[in-house]
Design a protein around this ligand. Structure first.
Ligand code: PHE
Length: 357
C-alpha cells in the first residue's frame, strides 16, 4: 500500500496536464484501477485482516482523490495565469489617429452664433422641444383656429383616450422660448435661444427636424433700426464678409408687428452654393417688433416695454457658410460626409480667432 501511495502521489505531482491526471485517476481509483482491485481483494481476507486493510485502503483512495483534485485546480490556475500573460494588453498605449471624431457643422455654427451674440450682450435661453400648444401658439398671438396654425405643418403628440386637453406639440419654432424667457426674467431682456424644431416637411432645403435660433431684445426704446443693425452686424461677423448683401422683405407673423423676412444673396451653380454673389436669395430668418399681445401673455407691460425678435434657420446658415448643398445630408450620419464637413474638436469658435478659421 505504501508503494502504491508513493507511486501515485509522485506521478500526480509530476503530471503536466489534465489528460495525464485523468489517466492516473483511471489507473489508481478507476473501476479497474489498482486501488479498486485491491479493495475487491478485501472479500478474500479474514475479518481481522479486513479490519486493518479496509480503512487503510479507503484512506489511500481518499488521499489519491484529494491529490488529484488539488493538482487539477493548480493546473487550472496555471492555465489562467498563462492566458492572462499571453492576452495581456497595454491599455496605456496611445490611441490610433484614424478614427478621429469631429464636430458636426450644426454644433460648430451654433457655437459661432452664440459667440457673436454673446459679444452683442445676448445670453442663451432654453425651452423644451415638446411644448404645450399655449407656448407654441396661443402665447404668440396664434389662437386656436388661426390660419397660421396650418402653415406650420405641426407634429401633434397623442393624448390618452378621454383626455380632452389640447395635445402637446413638437415645437414648430423657437419662438415659445420668447414667452418662457420673459416669464422668467421679465424686462429688460436680451437673449438668444438655439435649438431643435420640427415640421412635417422634406426636400433639399427642408427636413422634419431642423435648428433655429431665436433672438429677443426688449427694452424701453428698442426699435426696428436696432434690429437691422444687430442682424447686419451678425451677418458680417458670421460670414466674415463686410457689407454682405441682405434683403429685408415686408412680411407677416402673428407675433410681430411690423414683420420682415431677411434673405441673403447667394448663387447656385452646378449644385454649388455660394454666398455674397449671384442673383439668388436664400431666406434665412423671420423677424419684427414683438407684438404687444406677446409681451402681455408673458407678463411684460407693453405700455412700458418694446423690442424686436427674430428666428433664424441654423442649418440654412451652415449651408450658406460652408457651401453645403443638401440639407438632408446633415442628418444622414454618414461618416464620410462628417469627415468632409466636420470641424476639429479643438477648433472652438471665437471672434478673435475669426470664428472657424
Ligand atoms: N418663428 C418664426 C418662424 O419660425 C420666425 C420668427 C421669429 C419671426 C421671431 C419673427 C420673430 O418662421
Amino acid at each position: 500500500m505504501d508503494d502504491l501511495k508513493q507511486k501515485y502521489l509522485s506521478a500526480i505531482a509530476d503530471a503536466g496536464d489534465e489528460a495525464t491526471l485523468e489517466d492516473l485517476r483511471l489507473q489508481a481509483v478507476g473501476k479497474k484501477g489498482e486501488v479498486s482491485l485491491k479493495m475487491r481483494e478485501l472479500g478474500k481476507m479474514t475479518p481481522e485482516e479486513r479490519q486493518v486493510a479496509g480503512p487503510a485502503l479507503n484512506a489511500l483512495k481518499d488521499e489519491i482523490n484529494a491529490a488529484l483534485a488539488a493538482k487539477k485546480s493548480a493546473l487550472a490556475d496555471a492555465a489562467l495565469d498563462e492566458r492572462l500573460r499571453t492576452e495581456w494588453l497595454d491599455v496605456t498605449l496611445p490611441g490610433r489617429n484614424e478614427r478621429r471624431g469631429s464636430i458636426h457643422p450644426i454644433s460648430q455654427v451654433s457655437e459661432e452664433i452664440a459667440a457673436i451674440f454673446a459679444n452683442l450682450g445676448f445670453a442663451v435661453a432654453e425651452g423644451p422641444q415638446i411644448e404645450t400648444d399655449w407656448y407654441n401658439f396661443d402665447s404668440l398671438n396664434i389662437p386656436p383656429h388661426h390660419p397660421a396654425r396650418q402653415e406650420f405643418d405641426t407634429f401633434y403628440m397623442n393624448r390618452a383616450e378621454g383626455d380632452d386637453r389640447p395635445p402637446h406639440v413638437l415645437r414648430t419654432h423657437t419662438s415659445p422660448v420668447q414667452t418662457r424667457a420673459m416669464e422668467k426674467q421679465g424686462a429688460p431682456i436680451r437673449v438668444i435661444a438655439p435649438g431643435r424644431v420640427y415640421r412635417s416637411d422634406y426636400d433639399q432645403t427642408h427636413t422634419p427636424m431642423f435648428h433655429q435660433v431665436e433672438g429677443l431684445c426688449i427694452d424701453k426704446d428698442v426699435s426696428m433700426a436696432n434690429l437691422k443693425w444687430v442682424l447686419e452686424e451678425f451677418f458680417a461677423a458670421f460670414f466674415e464678409i463686410d457689407g454682405i448683401k441682405t434683403r429685408f422683405r415686408a412680411s407677416h407673423f402673428p407675433f410681430t408687428e411690423p414683420s420682415a423676412e431677411v434673405d441673403i444673396q447667394c448663387s447656385w451653380v452646378d449644385g454649388q452654393l455660394k454666398i455674397g454673389e449671384g442673383d439668388d436669395w436664400m431666406e434665412v430668418l423671420g423677424s419684427g417688433m414683438v407684438h404687444p399681445k406677446v409681451l402681455e401673455a408673458a407678463g411684460v407691460n407693453p405700455d412700458e416695454w418694446q423690442g424686436f425678435a427674430f428666428g433664424m434657420g441654423i442649418d440654412r446658415l451652415a449651408m450658406l457658410k460652408y457651401g453645403i448643398p443638401d440639407l438632408r445630408a446633415f442628418f444622414d450620419s454618414d461618416l464620410r460626409w462628417l469627415r468632409h464637413y466636420g470641424f476639429a474638436s479643438l477648433d472652438v469658435p471665437t471672434l478673435h480667432g475669426g470664428l472657424s478659421r
